[in-house]
Design a protein around this ligand. Structure first.
Ligand code: FAD
Length: 318
């Protein structure tokens, strides 16, 4: 079922969703089930699965020289979505990215997703590969998420890249896009960032999932500004548990979001990991409760490989 349909049918009741990343190459699907098993008692409406592009690494050869090779450390997004749907009978939402994909490969991936009965796609640009500073698209690919949205929307209207496909199947994907309560780091300013977001909605996106934030005022302000711009799609807040002192600098540097002073100071007072996890749990619980009472359509948890804090929060919510 489409994410938007889940929201419609919930009739204002808060929904929950979780996000996981594929295991590193060589690990089995069991590691995914191990993360998700305890969370399934909370009946998530859908599970997102991230997509990871290939990276270039330098591999030492026998003669001592190095060669540059492409490796994908976390393949399997589409397969994992199929496995999740099969194993739990819950909707899976694959992330699709522009980076590293040609338009043709994107079309073929969408055809696979349609055959698998997957109704939703989160359409993203993707970040630059680890050792590159700026995003550059595949020469035959898309530069921005909006171009991916347009391609999916075209397929929903039965328009394939080869224009001699007559009477092609119309897919019916519900399209999600990313939004940034604290602005995307490359955007010149928040207003322009919102304008680009509105363009994605006008191009056919059905809902927004936000980047993580730790100060709910950022989300409330973002929703208000979106509504002023007549963006009237659901805006799903994304929440990530904070569990270690390392994250105090890693999260701002990687995700370009702030950690509020109060939370940072509480974390800095902690003597061990267990105390930090407690502080992170309390903070996430307070954020979740506030978002539910503000009427957020779905609370989306960036569970990744660490379900315990999310589990503890959900136990206190439901
Ligand atoms: P876009 O919407 O294309 O925006 C990228 C930048 O370009 C922004 O600064 C925007 O303001 C600007 N821009 C947009 N249109 C134009 C234009 N026409 N002209 C000039 N500038 C423009 N990454 C992954 O690799 N895999 C994942 O699975 C993944 N999942 C994510 C899930 C969520 C909910 C979020 C919030 C992010 C996720 N990301 C993921 C990270 C995401 O790919 C990066 O944040 C990326 O840098 C931007 O993606 P986007 O889709 O927001 O890009």
């Amino acid at each position: 079922m489409k994410v938007t349909q889940h929201i419609k049918e919930a009739n204002g009741k808060p929904l929950f969703s979780f996000e996981i990343l594929p295991p590193v190459k060589g690990k089995s699907i069991e590691s995914i089930f191990k993360t998700l098993d305890p969370l399934m008692e909370f009946k998530p409406s859908f599970i997102n699965v991230t997509y990871h592009r290939s990276e270039q690494i330098f591999k030492k050869k026998k003669d001592g020289s190095f060669e540059r090779i492409d490796i994908r450390k976390r393949p399997g997004t589409v397969g994992i979505c199929a496995a999740i749907m099969n194993h739990y009978s819950v909707d899976a939402v694959p992330h699709l990215i522009c980076g590293g994909f040609t338009k043709d490969e994107t079309e073929n991936a969408l055809i696979d997703l349609n055959f698998l009965g997957i109704d939703n796609v989160l359409a993203l640009r993707g970040d630059p590969p680890k050792n590159e500073k700026y995003f550059s698209p595949d020469p035959h690919g898309h530069s921005y998420a909006i171009d991916l949205v347009k391609q999916i929307e075209m397929l929903n209207r039965g328009q394939y890249l080869e224009d001699d496909i007559d009477g092609g199947v119309h897919t019916d994907f519900c399209i999600g896009v990313a939004g940034y309560p604290e602005k995307h780091y490359e955007s010149p300013n928040p207003d322009l960032d919102l304008m680009f977001l509105k363009n994605k909605i006008d191009a056919g996106a059905d809902y927004i999932t936000t980047q993580m934030f730790f100060d709910n005022e950022k989300y409330h302000g973002f929703v208000k500004k979106c509504r002023e711009l007549n963006i009237d799609t659901p805006i799903i807040p994304g929440l990530k548990p904070l569990t270690s002192i390392k994250q105090l600098s890693a999260i701002p540097s990687f995700f370009h979001v702030d950690i509020p002073n109060e939370l940072a100071l509480e974390m800095m007072k902690c003597k061990n990991d267990k105390d930090m996890e407690l502080v992170g749990t309390e903070w996430l619980l307070a954020q979740t409760k506030d978002l539910i009472s503000a009427g957020a359509p779905v609370i989306h948890f960036y569970t990744l490989g660490k379900p315990q804090v999310v589990y503890n929060v959900m136990k206190q919510i439901l």
